[in-house]
Design a binder for this molecule. Structure first.
Ligand SMILES: Cc1cc2nc3c(=O)[nH]c(=O)nc-3n(C[C@H](O)[C@H](O)[C@H](O)COP(=O)(O)OP(=O)(O)OC[C@H]3O[C@@H](n4cnc5c(N)ncnc54)[C@H](O)[C@@H]3O)c2cc1C
Length: 428
């Protein structure tokens, strides 16, 4: 019998693995515990707002090579959108000052010499702190490298670190910021365009992948939870909701579940602990802020909101707020979070004095793993000591932060390993 590949979890890591292995057709199966795919990157209809919302705004950058490759493979590059330029508008909620951070076209960051493109009240010399970050070893935090004083910290390093690593700079691992800088800001404007789903995450990243898998004959089973793995020298069986699936000779298993599930399925596997929550607030606006299909992104400094995303899709105008590293915010009542965020949204989008519209607060308690120096060594590699078991997920040893880019790369890598293992075994 032809070897089978069993992929557990239909988050973006599992979907990326499945997409790369779709040539196996019905010899590949995806098992997803939930009733929908996407995991921590999912969309659903919200009855209060009467529209589809995401569990959280997900920002990509045009320099995210795996994300762009994945979008191309699933035929969805046009389903993400962002401003035409690599420009990040900011507003200070306290001083009301507005500015744009705008990297230049070349790989040498000449733009920091231009006061109109860099963070206000900073000098080019301040940016040398990036060199300490780029050369940091894995014991250092971001704050160890860039300090915690001055406008560059408050207006650049802190929002960038919290946004990318969901961890305050005083705790965040400096080495995880290196790829963020190297693959985006230090590559020039073409790699620095912020991108988000034009309509929603399902439309951009999930549904087109599911359609590709269906067309290729890959079976994606929903409501199919892996309860246990039987382990000998390798995986010998899967318990999917009480049904035993034998794993024979050349079959492979790719486990693409979050770390808090992986540790229950593979006792003894060290995994990084969960980090801080992320809170999102979606407001259904009474009047448009963007044109149909366009997206506006504004960073807020000194408010409760950190990033505001406004989009219009099929006539529905939504402004969404992201609050990362939100341990202190998540315990507040939803109404209070909405009220405080609306103030920031109205400022960011220049709406003037307007009544707070209907909103939905989404609290993701386990958003990412804790991306600190202490957890780096707990990220396992793709290949395990069980010869037919591979791991994928944003928490595995990608060298990247826990992001869509990291999750996709982990899925691609697991698929590449599987591809190498399958023919070798066939030939044996
Ligand atoms: C609110 C929020 C905002 C974020 N913002 C950004 C952002 O702006 N940019 C960015 O790049 N990243 C962002 N992220 C991170 C990003 O969402 C994750 O890194 C990525 O989605 C992780 O994908 P994954 O496939 O590794 O894991 P998951 O999405 O957790 O997927 C794992 C899947 O496995 C399934 N599963 C679990 N247990 C079982 C089982 N026993 N059997 C079968 N299936 C199982 C789950 O249901 C899930 O579908 C954000 C995350 C959150 C929560």
């Amino acid at each position: 019998m032809a070897p089978r590949v069993h992929i557990i979890g239909a988050g973006v890591a599992g979907l990326a693995a499945a997409i790369r292995l779709r040539h196996l057709g019905s010899a590949a199966t995806v098992y997803e515990a939930a009733r929908r795919a996407g995991g921590r990157c999912r969309s659903y209809h919200d009855p209060q707002l009467d529209c589809v919302i995401d569990n959280g705004n997900h920002l990509l950058m045009s320099g995210n090579t795996a994300a762009m490759a994945y979008l191309d493979e699933i035929g969805a590059r046009d389903r993400v959108a962002g401003p035409a330029d690599a420009a990040f508008p900011f507003v200070d909620a306290e001083s009301k000052e507005r500015w744009r951070v705008q990297p230049g076209a070349g790989v040498i960051p000449w733009w920091i010499l231009d006061a109109k493109r860099r963070v206000p009240h900073t000098s080019p010399v301040d940016y040398l702190s990036a060199l300490r970050l780029l050369s940091a070893d894995d014991t250092r935090t971001v704050a160890d490298c860039v300090g915690t004083d001055g406008p560059l910290y408050r207006n650049f390093w802190e929002p960038l670190t919290v946004g990318a690593l969901n961890t305050p700079p005083t705790e965040a691992a400096a080495v995880l910021m290196r790829p963020v800088l190297m693959e985006t800001f230090l590559k020039g404007a073409a790699a620095c365009r912020p991108l988000v789903a034009r309509a929603n995450l399902a439309d951009a990243l999930i549904d087109p992948a599911l359609a590709k898998l269906k067309a290729a004959g890959v079976d994606v089973r929903f409501g199919a939870r892996l309860r246990a793995l039987t382990l000998g020298r390798g995986v010998t069986a899967l318990d999917i909701d009480g049904t035993t699936i034998e794993i024979t000779g050349e079959d492979l298993v790719i486990l693409a579940v979050p770390p808090w599930i992986a540790e229950t399925l593979l006792p003894g596997l060290p995994v990084p602990p969960a980090g801080e929550p992320i809170v999102n607030v979606h407001f259904r606006l009474a009047r448009p802020v963007t044109d149909e299909g366009d997206v506006k992104i504004v960073g807020v400094i000194g408010g409760l909101a950190q990033w505001v995303f406004a989009r219009k899709h099929q006539g529905v105008d939504i402004a969404s707020v992201t609050i990362s590293a939100a341990a202190a915010v998540v315990e507040l009542p939803g109404e209070e979070i909405s009220r405080l965020c609306w103030r920031d949204v109205a400022l960011a989008l220049e709406l003037g004095e307007t009544a707070e519209p209907p909103s939905r607060v989404v609290k993701e308690h386990r958003a990412t793993f804790a991306q600190t120096p202490q957890t780096l060594g707990l990220r396992p590699p793709t290949v395990t000591s069980w010869p037919n078991l591979l791991l994928a997920g944003d928490w595995t040893a990608t060298g990247l932060p826990a992001t869509i880019e990291g999750a996709l790369r982990s899925g691609f890598k697991a698929a590449a390993c599987a591809q190498q293992m399958l023919p070798t075994r066939k030939a044996a």
